[in-house]
Write a protein that binds this ligand. Sequence first.
Ligand SMILES: [Zn+2]
Ligand SMILES: [Zn+2]
Length: 661
Amino acid sequence: MYANVVLGLPIEGPFTYKLPDGLIDKACAGKRAWVPFGSRRLIGYIVEIVDNTKVKNIKDIYSIIDENPVLSEDLLKTAKWISEYYFCSWGEAVEAALPPTLKKGKSHMRPPQLEPEDYIEPTEHLPPTEEQGKALKTVWHDIEKNKHNVYLLHGVTGSGKTEVYLQAIAKALDKKKTSIVLVPEISLTPQAIERFKARFKEHVAVLHSHLTQAQRFSEWNKIKSGESSIVVGARSAVFAPVKNLGLIVVDEEHEASYKQQDAPRYHARDVAVKRAYLNDAVVILGSATPSLESYYNARSGSYKFLNLTKRTQARPLPGVQVIDMRHYMNNSRRQAMLSRPLQEAIKSVLDKKEQAILFLNRRGFATFMNCRKCGFVIKCKHCEVSLTYHFQSGELVCHWCGFKQKPPNICPKCSSSYINYFGTGTEKVESEISRLFVSARVNRMDTDATSKRGSHKMILDGFKSGHTQLLVGTQMIAKGLDFPGVTLVGVVSADSTLHIPDFRSGERTFSLLTQVSGRAGRGSIIGKVLVQTFTPEHYAITLAAKHDYVGFFEKEIELRKELKLPPYSHIVKITFRSKSSAKAFESASKLAAKLTEKKDKNIFSVAGPAVSWMSRLRKEYRWDVILKAKHAEDAVNLLRRALSGFKKASTVKMAVDVDPL
Ligand SMILES: [Zn+2]
Ligand SMILES: [Zn+2]
């Protein structure tokens, strides 16, 4: 007897090993085994047992690690699909599906110390609105009949998408089926988790990256043993070891954080759809601003629409006013950070003892430092990016690699002293607000302010209790927060995401503005949103101000169609990186030439080598080759053909990203 085994290395398998007599009874697909590989001893994952093989010189498996399989058949299949679609090895995909403890070959871990949990007030089902009821009826029907369908739940902010999720999960639970709820890491706040625990108590297990390894392993075991049948978690929870899967919910399905940035570079939403398909389960993709891809899929019939067009309790959407910042100077005749209308609106909120959120998607104090004499900008030593000044730590910081240095007193290039800070980050907004509104209670929420354990909850509790009146923050405050006291949202600059050289920057800006606007007016008082911008005429801004997603989609999809961009194509990005720019360029050119030579009519284009958007990152220069094809499979197949016999310099690294964001 033989076992086909995959390994967590970027080498295609499976590899065949002989099962010694003593191990034949113990071996089966889904178990881990210690195997020899070259001169090393590695953990392998058995994918199949076979009784004959043509492979010569077979080595024996050393030992079987597990009593019971750690991977179910459906997870092995899902991993196989990931390896084919996202161009990685089957073993790498398998390792993405397992908790870290199991990848180290352990089977047991001392259970984590239980932290006392806050008491959570249980909640009952709310009577569904007419639209919620209509959505639930069709979802319930599919869950009952084991019918696979993908639903796009397009609901305006505050329309009660969560209540639909909760009642769909209740149906699955009732039918003895399991559910997985994916939430973007950034929105996986204690507040968000509480909503599920309040309804389903001990049925809920939670998986996310803030847990310790012991906690994660303990939650994983609760799911595996069937003790928990509802999993709430971030991206990797799509691999939760549930049995009898009935439902996967992907909340905020448009969020870029569902895409993993390291190999395997999978998109959790697309994996969710695949895994649900393999299990005859239902998928609900929820968003107020669906990705162009998902909305297009629903338009063309592969997904089904569920629409929530009204806010619950007939609360109106907030009125949005766009402010043209070209008209506002401060007293020293410089560009103002806060326009007169925004200052007045904040004052009025404070007078009425209401609350406001001020949003800016850039952290730090000043976003760059430059010399006004020679124009020199202080950049990171290791990356092609300017350093951000952080007031609290008094340092210049690289937001990409973490490099830090003290700000210089004179220009490093021309030695002049005309060196100064420019650009605005959240720290500066916070200080400006405190200066303008001396008696106001102001707080800030971004990754700097929440780096300490527990600080996240403290900031939110302070805002929830009404103590904090003005909360300044990055996209951390744009997502999912529900505070009825908030009557004003100020967007300090809508332009920070708009001018990134990426075809999705319009989509991201529209989505971010809609999400952050949705934080206003969730209580009994009508909300108001003020958006400051230098490009008030851009359609992403004007249509977000009108809450017009469909209008935005129509406009954007025309551009995508014309340029054959997703969803009209799939992109595969191959990045070459090296400390030598010439070496990376040389390998990229060689591959680009082979791709061009072997391409067929299914491929729209082979482009590059071109300098990556981040031309240098962590000391390495980067060059991209970009494939565009109608189907991702065709581009990946072309790449496989071009790579056979392809040799690159050993100091050059290559990374493949299918459907990059
Ligand atoms: Zn200078
Ligand atoms: Zn850097």
